[in-house]
Design a protein. Structure first.
Length: 432
RNA sequence: UCCUCGAUAGCUCAGCGGUAGAGCAUCCGGCUGUUAACCGGAGGGUCGUAGGUUCGAAUCCUACUCGGGGAGCCA
């Protein structure tokens, strides 16, 4: 084989020429004297046609012996063909087996979730999972592109931390030589420190929640982008959120057309996603819920059904702002005119995907934050550094966290966030 | 933690008191344009585990194990 090597996505540049493609056998159909080999290489899927009378007995038999997911190099002439799904087909002239594949577990038929998750290392080879992982990569690129070009500096917080950042959720405990350490559940507090050093920053990495949550919106380990801005207040915070989410969705629409199509996503629903997003206050949300038959009183936090009901009223993400101080985190800045609410907001994705962003202006006054530490019974020794930020040149600042997998699940129209991450960590599932 | 549903061939499932079944996958045979190809044949089972009811249990009951979905909590 001396012909040039190409990938399936670039095969159109070689029409009429003989090329080599390295890949895996996705599927094979045979009809006695003609065989159709569907080859995938990570960039796409293409059908190679082997006709017995043309390739000869030996090569035809070699094709015949290839099994699902065996790796191979095919050589053939690229043709345009209206019958082919990608528009191109390869007339096979040669094939070399690279690695065999015996009794490949994942067939082209339907499988159950349990089985697929046990075989996640192989499941990701299927076209649908490939498309999702491609979208994931583009979402991450869009996040970086947007923030980097808006003067944010990426700063990576530690994964091992001395204790909880928010004090509420369950943490994974581990040994740190002679003391206990915990896997981070948020990089926010470190991002606040970094914002005082660099102005506008963001952290982007995995976070861990040891909650026994078993829903389609939950992962034990997930990725979060957490921008934090010095000298920014509540209004600007919400504007950055809208602008970032708009950029992510529009970027994916233009760069992942094929992938969204492969996923069967109704892109007309995504096309609407442009800032400004609808905004309502917590007060108004409560009013609306009560007038629509929900049993909820001012002062209670929303449950998932409440969020879904509210989000269903809009064709783009909904921002709900100014929640009661009592239901939100200790570090959130109270509304100066109404201390019973805080300057925070949640962004709820459409189509039932739930909360994708939670953000707030942070308390920047030393005395107020110190008071909150007391009322929330937080250990001032482990958080002395966090209070220090208010002691040395404190400024108003705000930030938010965007859940990557929920965002991907929404954009891709997935049933469950577990497909939005290569190897999901779920409740009681640590394999593979 | 609670509620709810489920576990039968490698996979997806049917069978719901009376001899363990189908499709796909695998193997063999047929087919020169297949699109989850199709057609014929073969092999393949401690019916999640442990008890109980019954002449008889995959089927009914109890407990346990594992898993799905949801609630709470969260992104």
């Amino acid at each position: 084989m001396a012909s040039p090597v190409t990938t399936i996505q670039n095969v159109g540049a070689y029409v009429g020429q003989t090329v080599q493609i390295h890949g895996w056998l996705y599927n094979k159909r045979s009809s006695g004297k003609i065989q159709f080999l569907q080859v995938r290489d990570g960039t796409g899927l293409i059908q190679c046609v082997a006709v017995k009378s043309e390739v000869g007995e030996e090569i035809f038999e070699r094709c015949n012996s290839l099994t699902q997911e065996s790796s191979l190099t095919v050589e053939g002439i690229v043709r345009e063909d209206a019958r082919a799904q990608g528009g191109y087909e390869v007339t096979l002239v040669g094939v070399e087996a690279v690695g065999p594949s015996q009794d490949y577990p994942i067939t082209l038929k339907e499988h159950g979730v349990d089985f697929l998750l046990d075989h996640r290392h192989l499941w990701i080879r299927t076209p649908r999972q490939r498309a999702i992982l491609k979208v994931r990569a583009e979402v991450m690129r869009a996040v970086s592109d947007y923030l980097d070009s808006h003067d944010f500096t990426r700063v990576d917080p530690p994964v091992l931390t001395p204790s909880s950042c928010e004090g509420t959720t369950e943490l994974f405990e581990t040994q740190y030589f002679d003391e206990s350490a915990y896997l981070t559940q948020s990089g926010q507090m470190y991002a606040e420190a970094a914002a005082m050093a660099l102005g506008k920053v963001y952290s982007f990495g995995p976070v861990f929640r040891a909650e026994k949550s078993k829903t389609r919106r939950h992962l034990i380990e997930f990725w979060m982008v957490e921008p934090e801005m010095a000298f920014a207040e509540h209004e600007e915070n919400m504007q950055v959120q809208e602008s970032l989410v708009t950029h992510i969705v529009q970027h994916v629409l233009t760069h992942c057309e094929d992938e969204l199509k492969a996923l069967g996503r109704d892109v007309s629903k995504l096309a609407n996603v442009k800032a400004p997003f609808p905004r309502i206050t917590y007060d108004k949300a409560i009013e609306w819920l009560k007038s629509h038959g929900h049993e909820i009183e001012w002062g209670e936090d929303f449950g998932a059904p409440h969020e879904s009901a509210l989000a269903e009223e809009y064709d783009r993400p909904l921002i709900i702002e100014r929640y009661p101080t009592s239901v939100k985190a200790f570090y959130m800045q109270p509304d100066p005119n109404r201390p019973e609410v805080v300057l925070c907001d949640d962004m709820i994705a459409p189509e039932g995907y739930g909360e994708i962003i939670g953000g707030s202006e942070r308390i920047h006054d030393y005395k107020l934050l110190a008071e909150r530490f007391e009322t929330h019974n937080l250990p001032t020794d482990t958080y002395a550094w966090y209070l220090d930020l208010r002691k040395y040149g404190s400024v108003p600042h705000a930030g938010f966290g965007l859940g990557l997998e929920r965002t991907i699940a929404w954009i891709c129209g997935l049933e469950h966030v577990r497909e939005a991450i290569p190897f999901p960590r779920l409740l009681y599932r640590l394999y593979p």
